[in-house]
Ligand binder design. Structure first.
Ligand code: S3P
Length: 170
């Protein structure tokens, strides 16, 4: 069992902002899986989806997750919104350490991601419907993967980080 602190949850749930605060408070290095994949591939997430499809992106996520499971330095890890919902990732995720689910309502996601062009799965017409459908399908998978669950809709990233710090095993 690893000692990483892993943030999971839907797009727009605040994983990136919260993970930065958490990493600084715990004095740990932060690994953001999307940023790491973009850096390693020299492409944006949108370019990877366009060139290799979602399947190609999921393979890169899986390979990175396996490497993180071997990493001895305790990290804060912020995951892409789909990572924890992929069946092939479940086992590795369970070995990483404490998994923290940032739970969010569909309307909050839609408000936070208004005008966003960087999420290939939410492009095109009827973003709200896409968010509702995808979030409903993933919600039970996120919950099943989580050790700690935080409802984030009315909280700032700083408040979310405080709640996590209070709930973390000492
Ligand atoms: C995805 C979420 C994104 C990114 C990719 C796919 C998803 O990460 O990994 O666009 O399947 O939910 P964020 O949750 O950081 O937006």
């Amino acid at each position: 069992m690893g000692n990483h602190k892993v943030l999971i949850g839907f797009m727009g749930s605040g994983k990136s902002s919260v993970s930065r605060i958490l990493a600084s408070r715990l004095d740990r290095r932060l690994v953001d899986t999307d940023a790491e994949i973009e850096r390693e591939q020299g492409m944006t997430i949108s370019e990877i989806f366009a060139q290799r499809g979602e399947q190609g992106f999921r393979r890169l996520e899986y390979e990175l997750l396996l490497r993180l499971a071997e990493e001895k330095e305790p990290l804060v890890i912020s995951t892409g919104g789909g990572l924890a919902a992929q069946p092939q990732n479940r086992k590795a995720l369970g070995t990483l350490g404490t998994v923290i689910y940032l739970q969010v309502q569909p309307h909050t996601v839609v408000a936070r991601l208004q005008g966003d062009t960087t999420r290939p799965l939410l492009q095109g017409a009827d973003k709200e419907e896409k968010v509702r459908t995808l979030l409903a399908a993933r919600e039970p998978l996120y919950r099943a993967a989580a050790d700690i669950c935080i409802a984030t809709d009315t909280l700032t990233p700083g408040e979310i980080a405080e709640q996590i710090l209070r709930k973390l095993p000492k």
